[in-house]
Design a protein around this ligand. Structure first.
Ligand code: KG4
Ligand code: ZN
Length: 334
């Protein structure tokens, strides 16, 4: 079969990224312009500022990626674009760029759900084997998804309230760490001891998760210590929090593996970069004899490489969009 080169564009939050991927598995070139330094002064992403930055960055990022790949639009077979979920203003900048390229160069436009992108970051590591369990852990999602084949998503369960990444970021803010707090808690967690007692959330018979109770427990704990005039031991709190957050994922993943007789598993989303979770998932996979794939660190948080990889399998699945494609802030993975 002829090689297929997909150009992916991602702009759903605070990263403007363009990438070219060959046959869904081989990264040719990727450029990411991160806005973290701009948003950290505000303690989180400011949507209006993010949209404006995407406008400023997108043409440069596109040109740099084409240069890096030493390719022209003639070499590209299709354009893959994140249409949602995400910040609507941010999504629209990438979408309009993708539509323009598709129209001007007469290339098929492939709509990609952001979470499909996170899942397909794993196809850059090795060929995905089915059926598999996808453990999705990001800033906006915490889901267990069963896949019987490519582009076939069956949601077993998800969070009833906050996503795990959101919880990490809020807890980080409470203990005075800069945005994005997830990686900073992860780093601190290595230095502390598990001394604070926190509740493991939602130990029921479902495949669902809940993180708002854990978040509130940390906020209350910090508040009570402050009222007593005690200083929070930040590293110990990070260690105690991370232990419970990881455990609450592992409990449900273990249940899904056993119930569904899972043999292949992948980890996906920004929180897949978490050292504690990577280690716990690796140990669980060994114990239950499951083949586990985890994306390289650089493909865990938002990037267009994963969108181009997902775009390839969407392309093979016959998925196409036309000029009516619109961005959506919330949408189901299907
Ligand atoms: O997947 P992602 O880039 O955005 C969404 O699609 O939502 O994930 C971003 C989230 C943030 O909440 C960030 O704090 C978290 O992933 N994150 C981490 C780590 N690296 C990123 N959380 C815990 N430990 C990490 N090492
Ligand atoms: Zn993401």
């Amino acid at each position: 079969m002829k090689d297929v080169y997909i150009l992916g564009i991602e702009s759903s939050c605070d990263e403007t990224s363009v990438s070219i991927v060959k046959n869904g598995t081989e990264e040719i070139a990727t450029v990411i312009a991160s806005q973290i330094d701009i948003h950290k002064d505000f303690g989180g992403v400011v949507p209006e500022i993010a949209s404006r930055q995407h406008v400023k960055n997108v043409t440069m990022v596109l040109e740099e990626c084409m240069e890096k790949a030493n390719m022209t639009m003639e070499d590209i077979d299709a354009i893959a674009i994140t249409y949602g979920p995400g910040l609507i203003g941010s999504l629209l900048i990438g979408l309009e760029t993708a539509k323009t390229l598709s129209f001007v160069h007469n290339k098929p436009l492939i709509p990609v759900h952001h979470i499909a992108g996170h899942i397909y970051a794993n196809s850059l590591v090795k060929e995905m084997k089915f059926p598999l369990l996808a453990v999705v852990v990001s800033g906006g999602h915490t889901e267990l998804i069963e896949m019987k084949k490519h582009y076939d998503f069956n949601k077993l369960g998800g969070t009833l309230d906050d996503a795990i990444g959101e919880c990490y970021d809020k807890v980080a803010r409470v203990i005075g760490l800069e945005y994005p707090g997830g990686p900073k808690i992860d780093k601190l967690a290595k230095e502390g001891k598990d001394t604070y007692k926190l509740p493991v959330p939602l130990q029921d018979d479902s495949y669902n998760f809940s993180f708002s109770g854990l978040k509130s427990a940390v906020i209350n704990l910090a508040h009570n210590e402050e009222q007593r005039g005690n200083k929070i031991r930040k590293a110990d709190l990070a260690t105690s929090f991370q232990k419970v957050a990881v455990e609450s994922i592992i409990i449900k993943v273990r249940k899904a593996i056993i119930d569904k007789n899972i043999k292949n598993m992948i980890l996906a989303g920004g929180v897949a970069a978490n050292k504690g979770l990577r280690e716990a998932m690796t140990n669980l996979a060994k114990e239950l004899n499951v083949d586990l794939t985890i994306p390289d660190m650089k493909y865990c948080t938002d990037n267009a490489t994963m969108i181009a990889a997902a775009g390839y399998y969407a392309y093979l699945d016959g998925r196409r969009a036309d000029m009516n494609l619109n961005s959506v802030s919330q949408c189901e993975l299907k």
